[in-house]
Design a protein. Sequence first.
Length: 226
Amino acid sequence: MAQNTNESSTEQQWTSIQAYTLAVLCLLLGIAGGWFVRGSQTSGPGTGAATVVAAPGTGGSGAEAQPSSDQMKKMADTQAAPLLEKLKADPNNPELLANLGNIYYDTQQYPTAIDFYQRALKAQPSNAGVRTDMATAYWYSGNADGAIAEFNKALTYEPNNANTLFNLGIVKWQGKMDVEGAVAAWQKLLDTNPTYEGKEKVQQLIAQARKHTDVKPGTPAKPLAE
């Protein structure tokens, strides 16, 4: 009996360590580059936090401190386990599916995150926040075209969604060097969301992007410098 108590205590401690490690990782990633903003507001580790916007395959200044991919997957699987158990009784629950997507997104398991987001959207296709997160996961997977297509689809449901417009601008700029398209998305964000809390950041991005107006669209941009 005591052995079971010790095992339970160890498991709780490991879960706490995982959560702390993930929080530190998100902070390191946020410092390393510019920001994407989270589309959905469903609960999950790191929900609502900014994440690094470096181009796919690039590292940041805190890269050496990151857990390995296997460690990240283990963290995700542990955190996802209770939700997966609930999902057995309600396999099409869009909130559960989106929360699972968030867990795997935050631990950089993007293909798995996309799978859960797709299932959530099958049940609730008009959820622009979840679609925005899925589009961002496409970007991190190296699929800029897929990301842009999903951002645009999200905007058919919520044309003035600030987070969608912000992220669309980032991918159009960094993924396609479509400066005009990026600036148009960010300007629409400012015009339709006058109280947007990241207004100054958007204005800075517009100014930086306009410095590249002579670069041919389709040429990948460098990651944002801090």
